[in-house]
Design a protein around this ligand. Structure first.
Ligand SMILES: [Zn+2]
Length: 154
């Protein structure tokens, strides 16, 4: 089971993002306790096996086994809670790039950042030497500022 690795990655993410304590962060023990407010979230995802992503426009990249970090935002009904709950479900129709990864994850943890912008989270993490882009333009098709919304822990 991978809870310990996910937990240590979440600790590292909190330390990387919140070093100036300017953002609020919720780290729920269970997804059901995530806030239903709008804002951004981060998923900490463990892959035990390499995964080939059937994303032709991104060149069908293969993700090696490892620990991944995805930043997204939830400004629809149900806010962060509704969106992250969907990410944690294995059974779903693939809609976003990240669905290909979450369906195969060995473990997933989540952090909520009420009122925050996901691109701000990405920029804080890429400024940290511990994280780098996993796949160029992944999850950031409508984003002009980030190289990707999927990072990997080095
Ligand atoms: Zn972005």
């Amino acid at each position: 089971m991978s809870d310990a690795q996910i937990s240590s990655l979440l600790d590292q993410l909190i330390a990387s993002i919140l070093d100036d304590h300017a953002m609020a962060c919720a780290r729920p023990a269970q997804a059901g306790r995530l806030p239903s407010v709008r804002g951004a979230y981060i998923l900490a995802i463990q892959l035990d096996q390499p995964q080939l992503l059937p994303l032709a426009r991104l060149g069908e990249p293969e993700l090696p086994a490892g620990l991944y970090v995805y930043a997204g935002s939830a400004y629809g009904p149900g806010g962060i809670k509704a969106r992250v709950t969907r990410h944690l479900r294995k059974e779903k129709t693939v809609h976003w790039h990240i669905d290909h990864v979450t369906k195969k994850a060995a473990g997933i943890g989540a952090l909520a950042f009420p009122g925050a912008n996901e691109c701000e989270l990405v920029s804080r993490l890429t400024a940290n030497d511990d994280f780098c882009v996993a796949v160029d333009r992944f999850g950031s098709s409508d984003c002009r500022t980030c190289p990707s919304h999927l990072l990997v822990r080095k």
